[in-house]
Design a protein around this ligand. Structure first.
Ligand code: BG6
Length: 493
């Protein structure tokens, strides 16, 4: 088999927030992996930029340490590490003053229109406008320049619109790449392959055959020194507005006419616009808010959320479960259950498609009741797909039905390292491929649906229900699904 790893043309990437947590844990390791696979062409440069007063040598030392901590030792071949580090430069820069911008300009030069350069905003959104404005002031935005925005893109519809307007003054929409790193995950892309490269599923992918769908993104981590941001955000803004809704869109959208960015994003947008509204009239019935209290997670005792905060008081949700329907022909009457939370029993993200039972069972009296088919798409860990089907229990002993998985674990099946989401996304920016990035109208539509939920919680004062760290969330989340006769799929199968 020939290698599918095709080098991208050379580029300059400026990482604002270059010494921050995201750069250290995700961006630098991701770029290194692409270097290692030979995808980065000369004379590509990665330019770290932040307020820290570092020299390029010191930044290279920072990056080397990041690689040691976040890349498997066996992958750190000295010559590749050296090559990668030699691409790194550093500029101390202040987003709020003119400091450092001339130096950045002298590094980037006037910019051949053909040369791709991108600016990655791995900084708080309050700096997006300042940075975009200075990039413009110092004439750094060439025709081929791109802007990459990290979440949070707003904390509600109004702030998201402001942010988009601000960067929109300087960058065209086709230059803006809004990252939702869930879209770069291997299995998320596989969902597209599963749905649209097989004739098998699409005829069944509707309310005639699907009973309900569950989307779970469960984490075992707690606040991770992000209290300042997280306590103002909460799980609905942090996870549902972006990651879970994006997954929902990919599951529920109509087949696009082609795989180009806008065809796909047009279809996702239609899903977001068809979500049944949740307002103060029904929020209590369709949403559950939870907050973890002390318990055990990842094998050790952990503090409760409030104990992790400085002032020990908060009504912010660290867990949310939602029942939502999509008001269109394909999905009428099919509930989608979404749930996400911190300090849950297991780190596990998956989409479970629950098919309807067989219309008539011929086996009832002799072999038991057939279990409804289930398709489990596992995002992490152990990326893979399991199709549960009924078979006859092998061997003698007559007809007994058994529910077994057709199990495709990608790591086992292909013996490949599953690339981190950022590896793909960072190079898609260079390729100019916006398919896996959120378009402005998608962000607006997502907030349009989220805003009334936030307002409902505020107006009705819906309290958070506490749950013990290391469990699957508050009991009301179980009630949310069980009163419809279903149970959460807890990752064992
Ligand atoms: C981020 C959230 O977007 O996604 C974090 O801000 C969360 O709170 C993270 O922990 C989860 O990402 P992953 O890739 O580890 O599932």
């Amino acid at each position: 088999m020939t290698s599918q790893i095709i080098p991208v043309q050379s580029f300059d990437a400026v990482l604002f927030g270059g010494t921050g947590d995201l750069a250290e844990r995700k961006l630098i390791p991701a770029l290194f992996h692409r270097e290692r696979d030979g995808q980065i062409s000369d004379p590509t440069r990665f330019i770290g930029a932040s307020r820290a007063e570092l020299s390029t040598q010191e930044y290279r030392a920072f990056a080397k340490k990041a690689l040691k901590e976040h890349v498997d030792e066996s992958e750190l071949e000295p010559e590749v590490v050296e090559k990668f580090l030699s691409r790194l430069l550093y500029v101390p820069i202040d987003a709020k003053s003119d400091k450092g911008w001339k130096k950045l300009k002298s590094i980037l030069g006037n910019g051949d229109e053909e040369v791709i350069r991108y600016f990655y905003l791995a900084v708080g959104p309050s700096l997006f406008g300042d940075i975009a404005q200075r990039l413009n002031q110092f004439d750094l935005i060439t025709a081929n320049a791109r802007l990459v925005m990290e979440k949070p893109i707003g904390r509600d519809l109004a702030t998201a619109c402001d942010l988009n307007d601000t960067v929109g003054k300087y960058f065209r929409e086709d230059q803006i790449y809004r990252i939702d790193h869930y879209l770069g995950k291997e299995t998320v892309q596989n969902l597209l392959a599963l749905r649209f490269a097989n004739a098998l599923y699409e005829p069944l992918w509707n309310s005639a055959h699907i009973d309900h769908i569950q989307i779970t993104v469960a984490e075992t981590v707690g606040l991770e020194s992000r209290a300042g941001y997280y306590d103002r955000a909460g799980a609905l803004r942090d996870m549902v507005q972006n990651h879970l809704l994006q997954l929902l869109c990919l599951v529920a959208m109509e087949p696009p006419a082609s795989a180009d960015a806008d065809s796909l994003r047009d279809e996702k947008l239609k899903v977001l616009r068809a979500l049944s509204p949740i307002t103060e009239k029904n929020a209590d019935k369709f949403t559950v808010r939870g907050q973890y209290k002390a318990g055990a997670s990842s094998g050790g005792a952990v503090k409760g959320y409030l104990e992790e905060l400085e002032d020990g008081e908060s009504n912010t949700e660290t867990f949310v479960a939602i029942k939502v329907e999509i008001e269109n022909w394909r999905w009428a009457g099919v509930p989608f259950y979404l749930r996400t939370g911190k300090r849950l029993a297991q780190r596990m993200s998956e989409i479970v498609i629950n098919f309807k039972p067989v219309p008539h069972s011929i086996f009832e009296s002799i072999a038991g009741t057939p279990v409804s088919n289930k398709l489990v798409i596992r995002l992490q860990p152990d990326e893979g797909v399991k199709q549960w089907i009924m078979i006859k229990d092998p061997g003698p002993g007559g007809m007994r039905l058994r529910n077994v998985p057709l199990d495709m674990s990608f790591a086992e099946a292909f013996n490949v390292r599953s690339p981190d989401a950022y590896e793909r996304l960072l190079l898609d920016v260079v390729r100019g491929n916006q398919t896996l990035f959120m378009r402005r109208d998608e962000v607006v539509a997502a907030w349009n649906w989220i805003d009334p939920i936030l307002q409902a919680w505020e107006v009705t004062g819906q309290p958070v229900k506490s749950y013990t760290a290391g469990t699957w969330g508050p009991s009301t989340s179980i009630a949310l699904i069980e009163r419809d006769g279903h149970t959460w799929h807890d990752g064992e199968e």
